[in-house]
Design a protein around this ligand. Structure first.
Ligand code: PGA
Length: 257
C-alpha cells in the first residue's frame, strides 16, 4: 500500500441553503462514522458554520470551494484564507474547471490562491483537467503538465504534504460521461510522475491524487481500484447521501487494503 491518504470529498457546488446543508451533513456524518478513508465536505461559504456544527465530533473534514489570495482588503465579495481558518475550515478547492471556465480563473490565480491557502494552514484540493477538445487533439498531457507546474510554482516539498490534486477531465464533469478507469489511471499516474520530477519520489508517493467527473455509486469501486487513484472529488453524487455513502465505502475498502 502506498504511503498516502485515501480521501473522498464532496463538492456541493452552489447547492443547499444553510438549513438543508446542516441536515445533509448530519446524515453523512452519522453514516460515515466507521469510514476507514478520509471524508471531506466542500460546501458554500454560507453553509460552513452549520456544517461545522453538524459534523462536530465526527472525522469529517470541512472544506470551502474557493479562496482569495490577499490577506484582506478592498476585494468586494471575496473571502480570505484566514476567514476560512477562523470558521474551522480545513480544506479548500482551488482551480475547479467551473471557476476556470466561468470566472476567469487562470493558472496564475490558481497559484496565488494555493500559496495563500497553504500559508494560512489550509489543505488545498487543486483541480486540473483537460477539455474534450484538448483530449481529442492529443493535448491532455501538455495541458495537465502546464496546469500542475504553474499551480505549484514556489510551493515547497514540505508544503506538498497539504496539497491534494484532483484530476477532473472537464468533459466528464456533470455530464454523466466518466473517464474509463484506464483513462483516469493514465492521467493520475502522469500527474504523479510530474510531481516526482518537480519534487522527488517520496513527495510523489505521498501525494493523494483524486479523480473527479461523474464519479458515482456504480463506478467508484472500479475507479478506486486503480493504483494511482487515491480518492474522489464528487459533485452531483455527493448531494445524494445514499450514493455518496457507497462511494465512501469504496474509499474505505481501498484504505483498508
Ligand atoms: P460531478 O462533479 O461529480 O457532478 O461530475 C465533479 C466536480 O465538479 O468536482
Amino acid at each position: 500500500m502506498a504511503n498516502r491518504k485515501i480521501i473522498i470529498a464532496g463538492n456541493w457546488k452552489m447547492n443547499k441553503t444553510p438549513f438543508e446543508a446542516r441536515c445533509l451533513a448530519y446524515e453523512i456524518a452519522e453514516k460515515t462514522e466507521g469510514a476507514a478513508c478520509d471524508v471531506v465536505l466542500c460546501v458554500p461559504f454560507v453553509d460552513l458554520f452549520q456544517v461545522k456544527e453538524a459534523i462536530a465530533g465526527s472525522k469529517i473534514g470541512l472544506g470551502a470551494q474557493n479562496v482569495h489570495w490577499a490577506e484582506s482588503g478592498a476585494f468586494t465579495g471575496e473571502i480570505s484564507a484566514d476567514m476560512l481558518v477562523a470558521c474551522d475550515t480545513q480544506y479548500v478547492v482551488i482551480g475547479h474547471s467551473e471557476r476556470r471556465q466561468y470566472f476567469g480563473e487562470t493558472d496564475a490565480t490558481v497559484n496565488a490562491r494555493t500559496k495563500a491557502a497553504l500559508a494560512a494552514g489550509l489543505k488545498v484540493i487543486l483541480c486540473v483537467g483537460e477539455t474534450r477538445e484538448e483530449r481529442e487533439l492529443n493535448e491532455t498531457n501538455d495541458v495537465i503538465e502546464r496546469q500542475v507546474r504553474l499551480a505549484l510554482a514556489d510551493i515547497t516539498a514540505e508544503q506538498m504534504a497539504n496539497v491534494i490534486i484532483a484530476y477532473e477531465p472537464v468533459w466528464a464533469i456533470g455530464t454523466g460521461l466518466t473517464a474509463t478507469a484506464e483513462q483516469a489511471q493514465e492521467v493520475c499516474a502522469y500527474i504523479r510522475s510530474l510531481i516526482a520530477e518537480l519534487y522527488n519520489a517520496e513527495v510523489a508517493d505521498g501525494t493523494t491524487i483524486q479523480y473527479g467527473g461523474s464519479m458515482n455509486a456504480k463506478n467508484a469501486a472500479e475507479l478506486l481500484a486503480m493504483p494511482d487513484i487515491d480518492g474522489g472529488l464528487i459533485g452531483g453524487a455527493s448531494l445524494k447521501p445514499t450514493d455518496f455513502l457507497v462511494i465512501v465505502a469504496a474509499g474505505s475498502a481501498k484504505a483498508s487494503r
